[in-house]
Design a protein around this ligand. Structure first.
Ligand code: GLN
Ligand code: ZN
Length: 754
C-alpha cells in the first residue's frame, strides 16, 4: 500500500539505503467514513427514516471526522486529508460543489442541503435517484454525474472549505482533497436527452471557474496543500482526453500558485503516455502513484522525469489508494484468532504503519514496531495454517494445462435431455427464495448457539419443503432448494473452507450507507468436507423433479473476498476451484443431475487496462472449467451472471463451456440479444431473465410472453430457458408467487404456439 510522491525541491533517491532520506514524510490518500462500528450508516438510516434530526446526523459525522483527524495526527502523519468524508459519495459531493443538479430535482439554487443531496443519491417520492456505478475495479459505487450543454454550473456546496476549517479549528492542518476536474468529467455520462456523442470533456471550461473559487477560498482559509484525485489517468485514455488534463491544469495554474498541488492516481500503473502528460502539468508540484498494483510506474519514475522540468524529487510514504476500500479498525476484532490477527492491518493500523515507515526512512526506526512486524510476517510465512503442501501441489499442477469436458456442448445437451426429459422453454429460478424475518432469526439463533443443531436442521428442512411444494404447485420444471441456510453466497462457502477468516466489524462501504464484510483469505484453500450435499440431497428427496445443486463459483468467491497478497490471485483462484470441484463431484455422486455454479462477479474482476484483460479472463474461465471438467455428460452444468454487459467478453463466456447460462437481462434486452446472436453458434442453453427481480412490480403473463417472443426472434427455441433475472432472496412471497405464476403461464402459452 505504499506509494511515493515526487515533490519539488528535494533530491530524488529511489529505494536504496534508509539513511538517504533525511526527511521522509507520511501521507494518507483517504479514509473510511462509516466509522469503526458503522456509526455513520446507522445515523444516516435513522435520519432517512425520520427518526433523528439533521443536526443529529451532522453531530455523528463531525465526531467521526474529528476522531479520524486526531488519530492520524497522533500517529504522526504529516499530510492528513480532509474532505474525504462524504454523507453518501465523494463524486456526488463534487456534483453538489459544482451545482450540477439534474433538473428533475427542482433545485432552486443556493447552497445544496440534505434534501437535494439525498434526493440525488436515493431518489424521493416523486423522482428516481441518479445512476450509480462501480468505482474503477473496487466494490465502491459512485453516483454518476449527468451532464450536458445546458447544465448551469455554480458553486453550490462549500463542504471542502468547511471541512478544512473544521479540522483547522481542531488544530489539524489538512490537505483538502477534491475529485479532479478531468476525472470528474470522464466519470460522468450525458444526461437524458443529450446526444450520446456529446463531448463531456468540453465542459471543462465551464467547471474550472468553480474549482478556482474553491481553491481561492481554501487558500484564504490557510491551506498550503491541495490534492486532486485524478485516478482516470490509470485507464486507457486517448490523446484528446489526455490533452484535457494539460489544458485544465494550465488554466488552473495561476489560481494554484502559492499552493503545493498533488495529483493523486491509484489502482494501477499510469501508462507511459499519461505519465508524460502528468509529469509535465503546469502548476503541479507532487504526484501520487500506486506502486503496489502499478509496478511498471516505478520504471517510468526512474527513467522518465521530464528533462527541462528541473524536477528534483523528494519522497513521501503514503497509502497506494484511499483507505476507504479497506476495513476500519482491527481493535474491534475481539473474536478473531490472535495469530491471524497479527497478520492483518485495517485502515487504523495502516496509518500507523505508514508513519512508522516514514520515520524509519528518515533514520528514526522504531525497532520494537519493526521487529514485532517481522515476527508476524515470519509466523505467517511458516504457519501450517497458511501453507498446505497438498493444495499447493495440486494447484501448481493446473497451471499451463487445460481442463474441459471431453464431449461438446450439443452432444452433452442431448445426453442430458434423455435423462431430464424437459419441455421446450423449460422454467427455473436462480436459486434463492424470499428470506423471511423468521428465517433470518433461526439462522442467527443457531449461530449464537441459542437453538440446537437438531432444531435448526428441522426448521431449514421445513423451509426447503415449503419452497419445493410451492415450485411444484407453480409447475416449475427445474427446482431449487431456495438457499434458506445461506446468509450470503460467498460467506456460506468461506465459512466451510479452510484458509478463510471472518471479521465482526470488517465492513467496507459499498454505496451510501451500505457496507459489505468480505471474508479474508489468508491461507491455502481446501474443503475439509462436503458443504452443500446434505441440503441438496435432502431437497432432491422431496421431489421427483430435478433439483439444482447450487454453488458459488471460484472467481466470484475470489472477487468478493480480501485476497492474500503473498501469491498471485490466479493461484488462490485455482485452489478455490479445486475445492468447488470436489463439491461438484460429491453432488453428482449424491444423485444431483443439475448443478448451478454462480459466477456473479466474473466481470467485476476485469482489470482496468485492456492489455490485461486476456490474461485475467484466461485464468478466470479456466478456474470455472476446472470445477466441472470431470462430470458425466448427463450432468447439466448451469452458470449464472448478474449482468448483461457481455459485449467485450462474450467469447470468454462461451469458453466457460457451461451447458446452460442464466443471465440478467430485463434492463437491457436489445443489446444483450445482439450479443447472443453470436453466442448462438455455441449451442448451449441460454436463460436471459424474463423479469426484473430488483423491482417489487409483478409482471403480467402477456408482458413476459412478449419478452420471450422477442428472444425467440433471435435465439432458437430449443436452447431458450425461462427464468427470472436473479435470486429472489430480497423479494416478498406476495410478489414472488404471482410473478412466477405468470412466468410459467407465459412459457406454457408459448409452448402451445410453437
Ligand atoms: N444463487 C444465487 C441466488 O439466487 C445467485 C445470486 C446472485 O447471482 N447474486 O441468490
Ligand atoms: Zn444474479
Amino acid at each position: 500500500f505504499l506509494s511515493i510522491y515526487l515533490t519539488k525541491n528535494q533530491s530524488i533517491r529511489l529505494p536504496g539505503s534508509y539513511s538517504s532520506y533525511s526527511k521522509m514524510a507520511s501521507h494518507i490518500v483517504g479514509y473510511p467514513r462509516m466509522g469503526p462500528k458503522r456509526e455513520l450508516k446507522f445515523a444516516l438510516e435513522s435520519f432517512w427514516d425520520g427518526k433523528s434530526s439533521a443536526e443529529d446526523l451532522q453531530n455523528v459525522a463531525a465526531d467521526l471526522r474529528s476522531s479520524i483527524w486526531k488519530q492520524m495526527a497522533d500517529a504522526g502523519i504529516k499530510y492528513i486529508p480532509s474532505n474525504t468524508f462524504a454523507f453518501y459519495d465523494q463524486v456526488l459531493d463534487t456534483t453538489a460543489m459544482l451545482g450540477a443538479v439534474p433538473a428533475r430535482y427542482n433545485w432552486n439554487g443556493g447552497e445544496i442541503g440534505f434534501d437535494i443531496y439525498f434526493s440525488m443519491a436515493r431518489g424521493n417520492a416523486s423522482v428516481p435517484a441518479m445512476e450509480m456505478t462501480k468505482w474503477f475495479d473496487t466494490n465502491y459505487h459512485y453516483i454518476v454525474p449527468e451532464l450536458g450543454p445546458e447544465v448551469k454550473f455554480s458553486y453550490a456546496s462549500h463542504k471542502a472549505v468547511t471541512e478544512y476549517k473544521e479540522a483547522k479549528a481542531l488544530g489539524v492542518d489538512t490537505v483538502p482533497v477534491l475529485v479532479g476536474p478531468v476525472s470528474y468529467l470522464l466519470l460522468s455520462k450525458p444526461a437524458k436527452g443529450v446526444d450520446k456523442s456529446f463531448s463531456l470533456i468540453s465542459l471543462v471550461d465551464k467547471i474550472l471557474p468553480i474549482y478556482k473559487e474553491v481553491v481561492a477560498e481554501l487558500k484564504a482559509a490557510g491551506a498550503s496543500w491541495i490534492q486532486f484525485d485524478e485516478p482516470t489517468l490509470v485507464k486507457d485514455l486517448d490523446s484528446a482526453q489526455l490533452r484535457a488534463f494539460t489544458k485544465a491544469y494550465s488554466d488552473l495554474e495561476s489560481s494554484l500558485s502559492g499552493l503545493n498541488v498533488l495529483i493523486e492516481t491509484y489502482f494501477a500503473d499510469v501508462p507511459a503516455e499519461a505519465f508524460k502528460v502528468l509529469t509535465a502539468l503546469k502548476g503541479v508540484t507532487a504526484f501520487g502513484f500506486d506502486l503496489v498494483r502499478g509496478s511498471k510506474t516505478l520504471e517510468l519514475i526512474k527513467s522518465g522525469i521530464p528533462s527541462g522540468k528541473y524536477l528534483f524529487a523528494g519522497l513521501v510514504v503514503s497509502t497506494s489508494c484511499s483507505l476507504l476500500h479497506t476495513a476500519v479498525d482491527l481493535v474491534n476484532e475481539t473474536k478473531l484468532d490472535k495469530e491471524i490477527k497479527s497478520w492483518l492491518a485495517f485502515a487504523a493500523q495502516k496509518v500507523v504503519e505508514v508513519n512508522s515507515l516514514a520515520k524509519a526512512l528518515s533514520g528514526h526506526k522504531d525497532e520494537d514496531f519493526f521487529s514485532a512486524n517481522a515476527a508476524a510476517q515470519a509466523s505467517r510465512k511458516s504457519s501450517p495454517r497458511v501453507t498446505n503442501e497438498a493444495v499447493q501441489k495440486a494447484a501448481l499442477a493446473l497451471k499451463g494445462s487445460d481442463h474441459r469436458r471431453v464431449t461438446n456442448v450439443s452432444a452433452r445437451l442431448d445426453a442430458q435431455q434423455k435423462k431430464l426429459n424437459l419441455p421446450i422453454l423449460p422454467t427455473t429460478t436462480i436459486g434463492s427464495f424470499p428470506q423471511t424475518v423468521e428465517l433470518r432469526r433461526v439462522r442467527r439463533e443457531y449461530k449464537a448457539k441459542r437453538i440446537s443443531e437438531e432444531e435448526y436442521v428441522k426448521a431449514i428442512k421445513e423451509e426447503i419443503n415449503k419452497v419445493v411444494k410451492l415450485q411444484e404447485e407453480l409447475d416449475i420444471d427445474v427446482l431449487v432448494h431456495g438457499e434458506p441456510e445461506r446468509n450470503d453466497m460467498v460467506e456460506y462457502f468461506g465459512e466451510q473452507l479452510s484458509g478463510f477468516a471472518f471479521t465482526a466489524n470488517g465492513w467496507v462501504q459499498s454505496y451510501g450507507s451500505r457496507c459489505v464484510k468480505p471474508p479474508i483469505i489468508y491461507g491455502d484453500v481446501s474443503r475439509p468436507k462436503p458443504m452443500t450435499v446434505f441440503w441438496s440431497s435432502t431437497a432432491q428427496s422431496m421431489t421427483k423433479r430435478p433439483m439444482k445443486g447450487m454453488l458459488t463459483g471460484p472467481v466470484t468467491i475470489l472477487n468478493w473476498s480480501f485476497v492474500r497478497n503473498d501469491q498471485p490471485r490466479f493461484e488462490t483462484c485455482y485452489q478455490i476451484a479445486l475445492a468447488i470441484k470436489d463439491e461438484v463431484e460429491d453432488l453428482e455422486k449424491a444423485g444431483i443431475t443439475v448443478i448451478q455454479i454462480d459466477e456473479a462477479a466474473l466481470r467485476e474482476g476485469l482489470p482496468l487496462r485492456k492489455s490485461e484483460h486476456a490474461f485475467y479472463l484466461d485464468w478466470a474461465v479456466h478456474s470455472f472449467r476446472i470445477t466441472n471438467c470431470g462430470v458425466e455428460n448427463t450432468t447439466q452444468i448451469h452458470t449464472h451472471m448478474c449482468y448483461s454487459n457481455f459485449n467485450d467478453i462474450i467469447h470468454s463466456i462461451i469458453n466457460m463451456d457451461a451447458d446452460v447460462i442464466t443471465i440478467e437481462n430485463s434492463r437491457s434486452d436489445e443489446k444483450l440479444l445482439s450479443v447472443f446472436r453470436e453466442g448462438v453458434k455455441y449451442g448451449a442453453g441460454i436463460g436471459p431473465g424474463v423479469y426484473d427481480i430488483h423491482s417489487p412490480r409483478i409482471p403480467s403473463t402477456e408482458e413476459i410472453a412478449d419478452r420471450i417472443n422477442k428472444m425467440l426472434a433471435v435465439l432458437e427455441t430449443n436452447i431458450l430457458w425461462v427464468n427470472p433475472d436473479c435470486g429472489l432472496k430480497t423479494r416478498k412471497y406476495a410478489e414472488v408467487k404471482p410473478a412466477l405464476q405468470n412466468m410459467v403461464a407465459a412459457a406454457k402459452l408459448l409452448r402451445t404456439q410453437l
